[in-house]
Structure formats: C-alpha cells, structure tokens
Write a protein that binds this ligand. Structure first.
Ligand code: RP5
Length: 172
C-alpha cells in the first residue's frame, strides 16, 4: 500500500484514500485544504478492485486508529467510497474523480447511489468536490473544536470579502 503521511502523521484524524495514484491531481485539493486548516491527515492509494484485502484491512482498523473521517476518491465504477463505508463506522466522504470516457458522471453515480443503510456523503465531480469534501470534514470536526471553528469562520469571511471585491468585466 503506497503511503504518504502529513502533519502529525502518527495520529491522523482524517484518512484521504484514492483508487489510484492517477487520482492525486484531484485528491490533492482535499489534502491542501486539510493542510491549510492544520488538520492531521494521512494519504493512501487503496484500489477497491486491485487491493481488496488492503481495503478491508484499512476499514477494519480505521476507527481504532482514531480516524474521525475518511475522504475517498475514485473514478469510473467507483466502488472504493461505498465499500469503505461498509467496512467502518467512520463517516466516509466520497469524491467522484473525472474518468476518461464519461467525464466522471459514472464516478458520481457509482458513489452517490448507495442503497439505504450505508451512506456516503457525496461531493461534486473533480477539484471542487475534493476541496468541499475536506471543508465538510472540517465543518464536522469544528462542531467540537472551537479553534477549528474560528479558522473556518475566518475562511468564510475571506471568501465573502473576495466575492464582494469582484467586478463585472467590461463589455467587449
Ligand atoms: C479507479 O480507476 C481509480 O480510482 C482511477 O480513477 C481509475 C483509473 O485508475 P488507473 O488505471 O489510472 O490506475 O480505480
């Protein structure tokens, strides 16, 4: 299992997993957001169909290792988020990675259409989905972490100011 851990990696609160190293271009947006907020996380490539035992082992150990959330990205017939959700009570946040032929619509439907009983919180296809998955994890963690909540409110305020400073481009 390829592994790259960041920030206090001995006790990560969040796992970012992806079905292939080719997903990193998208999933790095989730990692960057957690990095910006100082949320300790780990990174793993775990392929549902090529590494099923590794996936099962990761899911079985996740809660005991103290993970509070798992962000799972995959493309195509994207089974990783749903299978991970089936393997652990830790909440799973799914990111549909754009696929070569169907532009990630297959990934989105694979992840979002979980049958009743095993939910995966599913985000937009691509970079925005990855970043928003991290922001949603941060919002969840912030319900019991005042410092993190302060950072989230400051982030939102900066975003608001940036939007207010926007001007309509001149007509051509
Ligand atoms: C999925 O298949 C991965 O999540 C990735 O999005 C897609 C393609 O994987 P590679 O062929 O690039 O390894 O399992």
């Amino acid at each position: 299992m390829a592994a790259t851990d960041t920030q206090a990696a001995a006790s990560p609160m969040v796992g970012i997993i992806m079905g292939s190293s080719s997903d990193w271009d998208i999933m790095k947006n989730a990692a960057a957001m957690l990095e910006d907020f100082g949320v300790a996380h780990e990174l793993r490539v775990i392929s549902a169909h090529r590494m099923p035992q590794d996936m099962a082992d990761y899911g079985a150990a996740a809660a005991g290792r103290g993970l509070r959330a798992i962000i799972a990205g995959a493309g195509g017939a994207a089974h990783l988020p749903g299978m991970m959700a089936a393997l652990t009570p830790v909440p799973v946040f799914g990111v549909p990675v754009p696929s070569k032929y169907l532009r990630g619509e297959d990934s989105l439907l694979s992840i979002v259409q979980m049958p009743k009983g095993v939910p995966v919180a599913t985000f937009a296809i691509g970079e925005a989905g990855a970043a928003n998955a991290a922001l949603h994890v941060i919002a969840c963690l912030a319900t019991t972490d005042a410092a993190l909540r302060g950072k989230l409110e400051a982030f939102r305020a900066r975003q608001t100011e940036a939007a207010r400073a926007m001007e309509v481009p001149p007509r051509v």
